[in-house]
Design a protein around this ligand. Structure first.
Ligand SMILES: NC(=O)c1ccc[n+]([C@@H]2O[C@H](COP(=O)([O-])OP(=O)(O)OC[C@H]3O[C@@H](n4cnc5c(N)ncnc54)[C@H](OP(=O)(O)O)[C@@H]3O)[C@@H](O)[C@H]2O)c1
Length: 170
């Protein structure tokens, strides 16, 4: 079976920690638009088409924004993940072919699976914590400023993590 050809990608939550790395990677291969909220303080390079909608992601505005888009990429904050079901439903209605969810800390896989019979395909990327973001923000037990680190258990448990650039594909 031939692979589907994706041309147009719209990214939600693009102004967060991960957004710039993803935009940089996608812009090399696709026509990229950004969907943001009225209350957002994010700013983007003028090379991107930016669509601004109401803060609660209303379906009518999502449908308009998703018209002619092949792929929706959700990078939304976990605080907004409740809205993802209505975003997925709008993507299906608009004929979007592939959905990339913000799946970290969000229980969304069952809803995505239920949309497969309606023609939606989806891909979830399991990245683990963002390594560079965590180091800079004092997460994962590292205190870089004071050169201290917390040892979990015996300090010999492997865990997986990714840098922001790696998630973007570099
Ligand atoms: N931090 C980690 O280590 C980690 C690890 C793995 C996965 N993840 C997941 O990766 C995704 C992206 O993470 P991130 O750190 O880049 O996210 P983030 O900076 O917290 O937020 C990303 C964007 O979400 C949008 N948003 C929508 N509703 C919001 C609300 N109510 N409050 C705040 N922001 C809202 C904002 O974009 P607009 O203002 O443009 O609408 C914001 O810039 C998230 O789903 C996160 O759970 C994070």
């Amino acid at each position: 079976m031939a692979s589907p050809v994706f041309q147009r990608v719209i990214v939600l939550g693009a102004g967060g920690s991960l957004g710039p790395a993803i935009l940089k990677a996608l812009a090399r291969h696709f026509e990229v638009s950004i969907l943001t909220r009225k209350c957002s303080t994010s700013s983007f390079a003028p090379t991107f088409k930016v669509v601004t909608i109401a803060d609660d992601y209303p379906t009518a505005e999502l449908l308009e924004a998703f018209k002619n888009q092949d792929v929706v990429v959700c990078l939304m904050s976990p605080w907004a993940c409740e809205s993802q079901k209505q975003i997925i439903d709008a993507a299906v209605k608009a004929g979007v072919k592939r959905f990339i969810p913000a799946e970290f800390a969000a229980n969304i896989v069952t809803h995505l699976q239920a949309q497969e019979s309606k023609g939606l395909t989806w891909t979830a990327f399991i990245t683990g914590p963002f390594l560079d973001w965590c180091l800079l923000n004092g997460r994962m037990g590292f205190d870089v400023v004071n050169r201290e680190a917390m040892i979990f258990d015996q300090g010999d448990q492997p865990f997986s993590t990714s840098t922001l650039a790696l998630i973007g594909g570099e």
